[in-house]
Design a protein around this ligand. Structure first.
Ligand SMILES: Nc1ncnc2c1ncn2[C@@H]1O[C@H](COP(=O)(O)OP(=O)(O)OP(=O)(O)O)[C@@H](O)[C@H]1O
Ligand SMILES: [Mg+2]
Length: 404
């Protein structure tokens, strides 16, 4: 069946030209000449993708985009914005409004068709991967080591678990030297390596459950092998299979990713609903982060699902937040202060600060971050039986609002 594209533009000539090339490309095309008209017909037309002009008299494209993102049936539909102005501000505004891609007029029909193809394939993939249990995958990543990826991953995982009381697993994807289990003071009874010799299609829930380590907090961990040689033995197909199995069994899956764009990393990113990109306030880290953001763009990961976390891993002065944001062309979502006491001590003791959120400010911060990027459906309603951690997060929220 032909995929359906809704083109929205106040200019009839533009609409005709675009429709013609899209129909030639084999798509079924619907058109609207204004924002309000588009909003009226979009639910009947059921587009697989939307082309949206920005400059329109009644309602501009940003507003149309924002409204569509609130309509349940359209919220996930890819939107490409079209504009005459190639300014950075416009692009950022578009992404902030919820657009997936951007094209400057005049454009070649071939480029439009190519971009549409990419977004539709991606949407189809996301659709296909729709989990049975609606689990959420959060990947923690940095192209440079030593900026707190593993610290964040462990705290996020423990945080999700204590806030929601749901099943959570921390997956160490750094197969050659991962240390997630160590951070939680868990003996390496089982690791990824135990699954290496099993044919991927024979890996099932029971086998996976058997190699998971259980932390006393109730959090599960899939640990990295003891040696890099063992790490080499884990095949990418096994990794996929294991992640599929985990998706069916856990509400939250946190991936501690390697500091590269290897096959393992890309596989993890394929599964990730959001990425927490860790960085430190120094030049090398900024460079690495800009590089990573570029790769994410090329791979078609929308910038909306990437949260940058600035981690003060040192005490000395660092680069200013505003300067870093300008260079990255992206806002920093979370700031983690230098906290050698609580973080280093906690690593030595194998207790992530988040587990001591009651008394540790850094722990409370990690708890707030975990809450912030929890599933929307979890955040939207008051849990039937709220956990202590949930009450704590909400109390802090209230206190902050009061202060404003
Ligand atoms: N906010 C912080 N304040 C003080 N020290 C920190 C902070 N965040 C992390 N650290 C320290 O930095 C070190 C590196 O952290 P972590 O192991 O999480 O990094 P990583 O990005 O996973 O790097 P790698 O995997 O290469 O070791 C840890 O030993 C930790 O003690
Ligand atoms: Mg690490």
């Amino acid at each position: 069946m032909a995929e359906r594209i809704l083109a929205i533009d106040d200019n009839r000539v533009n609409l005709k030209v675009v429709s013609a090339s899209l129909e030639k490309g084999g798509y079924k095309v619907g058109t609207a000449q204004s924002g309000p008209e588009a909003l009226k017909i979009v639910n009947e037309f059921h587009p697989d993708l939307i082309l949206l002009d920005i400059n329109m008299p009644d309602m501009d494209g940003y507003e149309v985009c924002r409204r569509m993102r609130k309509m349940p049936d359209v919220a996930g539909t890819p939107i490409i914005m079209l504009t005459a102005n190639d300014t950075l501000e416009e692009k950022i505004k578009g992404f902030e409004a919820g657009a997936d891609d951007y094209l400057t007029k005049p454009f070649q029909p071939a480029e439009l068709i190519a971009r549409i193809g990419v977004l539709l394939r991606r949407a189809a993939r996301v659709h296909q991967e729709q989990p049975t249990t609606n689990s959420k995958f959060s990947a923690v990543f940095s192209l440079r080591g030593g900026v707190g990826v593993s610290v964040m991953a462990a705290n996020l995982a423990a945080g999700y678990h204590q806030i929601w009381g749901q099943r959570v697993v921390l997956v160490d994807m750094v197969l050659n030297m991962g240390q997630s289990a160590l951070m939680l003071n868990l003996p390496l009874r089982n690791t990824w390596a135990d699954l290496a010799s099993i044919p991927p299609d024979e890996i099932d829930e029971e086998l996976v459950q058997n190699v998971l380590l259980k932390h006393e907090s109730g959090l599960f961990v899939l640990a990295a092998p003891r040696t890099s040689v063992e790490g080499e033995t884990v095949h990418i197909d096994s990794i996929r299979r294991v992640l599929d199995v985990l998706r069916a069994k856990f509400s939250y899956v946190i991936l501690d990713l390697p500091h590269d764009f290897s096959d393992v990393t890309l596989t993890g990113l394929d599964y990730a609903d959001d990425v927490i990109l860790m960085m430190a306030p120094e030049l090398a880290s900024v460079r690495a982060t800009v590089g990573a953001l570029e790769v994410f763009d090329t791979l078609g990961y929308s910038r909306n699902e990437i949260h940058v976390a600035m981690n003060w891993i040192f005490e000395r002065k660092g680069l200013a937040r505003g300067d870093i944001e300008n260079v990255m062309k992206k806002k920093i979502s979370f700031m983690i202060p230098y906290a050698s006491e609580s973080i280093v001590t906690s690593i030595n003791l194998g207790v992530p600060p988040v587990l001591e959120a009651e008394t540790s400010p850094v722990g409370a911060l990690f708890e707030d971050i975990a809450y912030n990027i929890s599933k929307e459906e979890d955040r939207e309603n008051r849990p039937d039986e709220p956990t202590v951690a949930w009450r704590r997060v909400l109390a802090r929220q209230k206190a902050r609002q009061k202060r404003k």
